[in-house]
Design a binder for this molecule. Structure first.
Ligand code: PLP
Length: 303
């Protein structure tokens, strides 16, 4: 897009470059978010989905990691709206806020090092196939909470996702599922996971080395409206994946709500997106497009 917001200013994207010794490039010392904004042709407006919740997680990631963000949540929300307006966005878009240690140094002590914050808007369609993906439970484990605080969305920790996804892709699958150190299902490379069994939804608990996804929380909240669909947060084993009636991924970046139709060569359900997944997906899409009045407080209009 034409403009990027960087450290308080809108600048042409081509000028938003960083020096080669930038600390974050070498050590992954960044925190980031992935936010979606949806164009609604009904109201002729663009809505940022759960902007405040994303920026709260952003601030918390930075706090956990000891990285300073020089802007308040309100300032970041305002900057995001300004960015979308400046780029005249009239389509679905992905928003990537990032704060990174911008000092040019090889010092690992990040206290007192300079940080920069940027917000970038990226046109974005479906990253995962909405008709259903084939996933592999990879041998790489999710980094455990005792090794790194997995609630923090920190740049460097994504090498764990990258190597897991690489393993799945080179084996001919679309996506990776990572187990945690205890052998229970954690999440996808960039998504949370739900299974459906006998009409009940199950998802791994937040203490099980997962990112506390905002889409995960959205699904847990809206599921109640779907004929009293209940969601139980519990540890999930690999065999429970194989024998589930349905499995789906959730995530603001990649998945939205994406059916998983095959895991490790085992067909899930009848190999097609299941009825509960489709119901959740369709309602989720209504919610993010501003079609469900009770959730309008999650949507921030841009225009
Ligand atoms: C590792 C990981 N888990 C889960 C998610 C889903 O989080 P959210 O629904 O907030 O996008 C993401 C998305 O960025 C992720 O990277």
């Amino acid at each position: 897009m034409k403009y990027v917001w960087m450290d308080g200013k809108l600048i042409p994207e081509k000028e938003a470059v960083i020096p080669i010794l930038t600390h974050a490039l070498h050590y992954g010392t960044s925190v980031f978010e992935g936010i979606r904004a949806y164009w609604s042709s009904d109201s002729n407006n663009l809505y940022i989905f759960r902007a405040r919740d994303h920026y709260i997680r952003f601030r918390n990631s930075a706090k956990i990691m000891g990285i300073r963000i020089n802007y308040s949540i309100d300032e970041l929300i305002k900057a995001t709206v300004e960015l979308l307006k400046a780029n005249e966005v009239h389509e679905n878009v992905y928003i990537r806020p990032i704060t990174f240690v911008s000092a040019s140094t090889v010092n690992l002590d990040i206290r007192n090092l300079e940080t920069s914050t940027a917000i970038i808007a990226i046109p974005f369609g479906h990253y995962l196939e909405p008709k259903g993906v084939r996933a592999k439970v990879v041998s790489w484990l999710r980094v455990h909470n005792s090794m790194f605080p997995m609630k923090a969305k920190v740049g460097g920790i994504y090498v764990n996702s990258v190597i897991a996804l690489l393993d799945a892709k080179v084996s001919g699958f679309d996506e990776a599922i990572l187990l945690n150190r205890d052998g229970y299902v954690a999440e996808g490379s960039g998504e949370n996971i739900f299974i459906v069994k006998d009409g009940v939804l199950y998802t791994p608990p937040t203490y099980d080395s997962i990112l506390e996804g905002i889409t995960r929380d959205t699904v847990i909240t809206i599921a109640r409206d779907l004929g009293g669909l209940t969601v139980i947060e519990k540890r999930i084993t690999r065999e429970e994946l194989y024998t589930a009636d349905e499995v789906f991924f959730t995530g603001g970046t990649a998945a939205e709500v994406t059916p998983v139709v095959n895991i490790d060569g085992r067909v899930i359900g009848n190999g097609e997106p299941g009825p509960v997944t489709l119901k959740v997906r369709s309602y989720y899409m209504d919610v993010v497009h501003g079609k469900v009045s009770k959730y309008m407080n999650w949507l921030m209009p841009v225009y």
